[in-house]
Design a protein around this ligand. Structure first.
Ligand SMILES: Cc1cc2nc3c(=O)[nH]c(=O)nc-3n(C[C@H](O)[C@H](O)[C@H](O)COP(=O)(O)OP(=O)(O)OC[C@H]3O[C@@H](n4cnc5c(N)ncnc54)[C@H](O)[C@@H]3O)c2cc1C
Length: 341
């Protein structure tokens, strides 16, 4: 049975929280950029979008081993005055023990009123330390900026929206990437200047990393995502059913936590409250019930399609399009239709 499901608005509460007050000075923002092996993480350019929304002067910050090309790319973002760079192998892996004092040194030197970074693994790792060292209360995972001291952020897995006001002298903010589109690096001409390097020692040492490699689009930024859940039953079936669908659509692969915990998919593919937050043009949930913690990671997607054998599954309450049926029959059929269209 194919039907158009009603996309129910989740009941949302709204509340306001006031933080301690202190008058600020002239507004200037440092946007923290991420890089890997000298390649700028394009998603981190969302920090410039948020910084520009705040108003005032916008600078970018980047550190690591070979960052010249990444800095040059970031300098092309319009409205950015300066890219502060610190070239040092010690900061390449973004270890918070050394990266946080590095940032604090540069924030103090530049007299910034706002520091903005992504609510990414890196941002979540480093910025709370920065906030603590500056005696500020971090404002996390914001989805909106009302003015220079008032920010909007989802709480309780997106079931309530808090409007928070901070009067800390330096506001340390992480942003939800899906709420701020990455700034485009085109016609800007920011100057690139060396920042301060405190050469802070670290008690931790980078040993190795084991990264999941994929030729498919990146889950966090893909315009289409197909996600599989516990209904897939095994890793073999997950791969057999979901990967051809992803390839036919040119989509990234995601998964529910139940699918990840059962070993059907890699940890890095988890969508939800404790996984990635995505908002693609199309999100297809296959064999996923639609638990609130899963919805927290995908309910802002433009079009949500669901395939589930249970017509009463909660996923249908947020889906724009639903197909009730056995996924092992329906998904291969859909994949063939997409391929031949
Ligand atoms: C603190 C906390 C954080 C969490 N964070 C996350 C998170 O980040 N992400 C997340 O996803 N979950 C998260 N969870 C877990 C969440 O509560 C659910 O347990 C999980 O999302 C369920 O995954 P699922 O929908 O794949 O499995 P299930 O709830 O078991 O649903 C499986 C679905 O598959 C359907 N199905 C079965 N067989 C077929 C078939 N042959 N054809 C069609 N449909 C079929 C069933 O009807 C069912 O609806 C979190 C939980 C907690 C407590």
């Amino acid at each position: 049975m194919l039907f158009a499901a009603r996309r129910a608005l989740l009941g949302r509460a709204s509340l306001s929280i006031n933080c301690r007050g202190r008058p600020g000075h002239f507004l200037s923002t440092l946007a923290i950029l991420e890089q890997r092996d000298g390649q700028l993480n394009a998603g981190s350019l969302s920090a410039f979008t948020a910084a520009k929304k705040l108003g005032g002067t916008v600078h970018g910050f980047i550190a690591g081993s070979s960052i010249a090309a990444a800095a040059a790319q970031a300098a092309k973002v319009e409205g950015v005055e300066q890219i502060v760079t610190v070239e040092n192998d010690a900061y390449e892996k973004g270890l918070p023990e050394s990266y946080a004092p590095l940032l604090v040194e540069n924030i103090k030197k530049g007299n910034y009123t706002h520091v903005v970074g992504g609510h990414t693994a890196f941002g979540k790792n480093v910025l709370p330390r920065v906030a603590a060292l500056l005696d500020s209360q971090q404002i996390s995972d914001i989805t909106g900026i009302q003015d220079e001291k008032t920010f909007v952020r989802p709480i309780y897995a997106g079931n309530a929206i808090a409007t928070v006001e901070s009067s800390d002298a330096v506001k340390v903010i992480t942003i939800r990437g899906t709420a701020f589109a990455p700034a485009t690096a085109e016609a800007g001409s920011a100057s690139i200047v060396p920042g301060a390097d405190p050469k802070a020692g670290s008690t931790t040492e980078w040993l190795s990393e084991d990264l999941a490699k994929s030729d498919r689009p990146d889950l966090a930024t893909a315009s289409k995502v197909v996600s599989g859940g516990r209904g897939l039953k095994s890793k073999e079936e997950f791969d057999k059913v979901m990967l051809p669908l992803a390839d036919a659509l040119g989509a990234a692969v995601g998964a529910s936590r139940a699918a990840v915990d059962s070993g059907y998919a890699d940890n890095s593919l988890q969508v939800g409250q404790t996984g990635k937050v995505v908002a693609p043009q199309l999100y297809m949930a296959v064999g996923i019930s639609g638990a609130i913690q899963h919805l927290a990671g995908m309910k802002d997607s433009k079009v949500i399609a669901a395939i589930n054998k249970d017509a009463d599954a909660p996923i249908f309450q947020v889906a724009d399009v639903g197909l009730v049926g056995d996924l092992f029959e329906k998904v291969p059929e859909l994949t063939e239709k997409v391929k031949s269209s």
